[in-house]
Design a protein around this ligand. Sequence first.
Ligand code: UD1
Ligand code: CA
Length: 473
Amino acid sequence: MPKQGSSNPQTVAVVLAAGQGTRMRSSRPKPLHAVGGRPMLSWVLDAAGDAGCTSIFVVVGHRADEVRQVVEAMRDEGDPPVAFVEQLEQLGTGHALAQAESHVDPKATILVLSGDVPLVRPATLRRLADAAAEGWGAMATATLEEPGSLGRVLARGDDADRLERIVEARDASPAELAVHRINAGLYALPAGVFDDLRRVGTANAQGEIYLTDALGLAAADGRTIALVELEDPSEALGVNDRHDQTRVHQRLVRRHLDQLMADGVTILDPDRTTVEPTARVGTDTILHPGVSLLGHTTVGSGCILHQGAWLRDVRLADDVEILPYSVLESCEVRSDVAVGPFGRVRPASVLLEGSRVGNFVELKKTILGRGAKASHLTYLGDSEVGDGANIGAGTITCNYDGKNKNRTEIGAGAFIGSDTMLIAPVRVGERATTGAGSTITQDVPDDALAVGRARQRIIPDWTERKARGEKDG
Ligand code: UD1
Ligand code: CA
């Protein structure tokens, strides 16, 4: 995505992601739990980068090394640099931010983000930076029907867009709890906040150093902290437990589906369709209920994906039809191809233009030629099928000898009879034919017929002879 410059060239982000996230009840660090197909922290980092941050500091603590490794592996060229700041003990959000003090340019605007609020949009961060430039600081708020355990935002009596203080749900009075305006955990602040943090105590229900209290102190000093109300309140959804994770995942997917529909994709039942935000779909493609497009899948235009099509990291060209309940992974499908129903295309396979993969056909590391057909009950592994070849029902490439995977080559225009066993390595020539039921152990020359099966015998009156106790004819 192109980076859009922020209004302040010196905007940096500090992402708080050191907490243990106990309520996830997980052996995995919370920032690495996936939403929308990627670790939740990566969404926050991307939003910071797209908002124009020149550098990003991630405060890590719990299982810091794992978090660092995953983040480093995910950085792309052109992303702003990410540095890690360790918070050895998790003493609260204020304490977490304080750890970044020596790293941050004192003149910079600091976007303080939560590693567990992944729906944040770059435009919101730019709005926060702009609002902060007008006064001292800014924070994002949302008005929720069910504010739950989120911090309640109390505005000044004389100005509903200016902060007075934030009270955590656990510390709130019944009257404060009844407030529906919540703290989204997204802020734009000057480096002066580090001075306020030094004044914050721990007299609260959790005995922690709250970042929110530093803002209360700043407001009490008469400094202006603008309250920036989110247009889309769901942006404030944080992930504290598995319920939150599901909700946020679904929001991310739904956001992507809405964008796809706006761009000309038909999605018949969005509630039963998953297109991970990393996947792309072209115009005039139709997605039936129960389709899953995962990872870096790209679908061309004019395709039809029927119920239960499951694709991960697949490239589909234009005008492809995927019939119900087909599973495709890490493969490439060129234009005018049909797969399924119940097709299975495994990694490193390429289906060339106009080819056809039918019912209960499995392909692995196989190139299927232009217009070639494998329509029924077939396994093709480590093989190359020439243009226009026809693979009969029940054909199997016997590619594994117990030690090695061996290759099968089938020439253009070849006709493989039903129930042919191709004992690899083996080559069937162009326009060659194999008889139905053959076990092919030797190469077949171009244009030849190969039959490798026992000749049929007829034993007349067998029923009677069996009854008489005869053994064989
Ligand atoms: C926080 C806010 C709350 C707000 C909510 C929005 C405070 C005190 N409360 O509550 O007002 O409504 O976010 O989602 O700030 N973290 C650290 N180190 C720590 C503690 C936390 O890095 O010592 C990180 C966590 O990993 C997390 C983020 O800070 O990514 C927020 O912490 P969390 O404990 O989830 O705060 P909330 O209770 O959600
Ligand atoms: Ca949280």
